[in-house]
Write a protein that binds this ligand. Structure first.
Ligand code: IMP
Ligand code: MG
Length: 185
């Protein structure tokens, strides 16, 4: 384990590291290279889903040496719970129109898929030139909606994870790694 990750764990003994920060950073670089190759002359608009995707988006865009822009939406589905309520709601819309643009949605985790399918439906109505998804994590065990995911960082087991943007009751978003929160469903 990295010394810096180990130092965090001393302060957060309830966590167990699932993906350490080196592995995370290496994979984010790979995703950036792949996106750069695929989009080339047609730089995408990166659409981050607040708040979870913030850390991932910040690192990912710096691994894409193209003139990209970014914008945010905010969607609520969870509150402070660890289980989805199935209720999805748009809290903050994009600042600009996306008609005719190449849109790449950047998400923290594809879990049940309810959030992403709602968002993709909403964005598709605005007729972007293309619409794809880049998710850092996917939890195949809990899938309710099957979606086409163009870029996926890691498939993870059916455990509640925190860190690198992901929270439990707004905590742990600032961890530089992905960890399992012990004692959560
Ligand atoms: P979905 O709609 O079930 O796919 O859930 C997507 C959203 O739920 C993500 O954007 C996260 O904010 C949250 N979420 C799902 N699984 C986890 C997890 O293991 N840890 C933290 N947040 C999660
Ligand atoms: Mg959350």
């Amino acid at each position: 384990m990295l010394a810096t990750d180990a130092a965090w764990l001393k302060r957060f003994p309830e966590l167990e590291i699932l993906i350490d920060s080196d592995t995370l950073q290496a994979r984010v670089r790979e995703l950036g290279e792949q996106i750069t190759r695929d989009y080339g002359a047609h730089p995408p608009l990166l659409v981050g889903v607040l708040k979870g995707s913030l850390v991932f988006l910040a690192d990912l865009m710096r691994a894409i040496p193209l003139p990209v822009s970014y914008d945010f939406v905010a969607i609520s589905s969870y509150g402070a719970e660890t289980q989805t309520t199935g209720q999805v709601r748009l809290i903050k819309d994009l600042d600009s129109p996306i008609h005719g643009r190449h849109v790449l949605v950047v998400e923290d985790i594809y879990d049940t898929g309810l959030t992403l399918s709602y968002l993709l439906g909403l964005l598709r109505q605005r007729e972007p030139a293309s619409l794809r998804v880049c998710t850092l994590l996917a939890k195949p065990a809990r899938r309710q909606v099957a979606l086409e995911i163009a870029y996926c960082g890691f498939e993870i087991p059916d455990k509640f994870v925190v860190g690198y943007g992901l929270d439990y009751a707004e905590r742990y978003r600032n961890l530089p790694f992905i960890a399992v929160l012990q004692g959560q469903p």
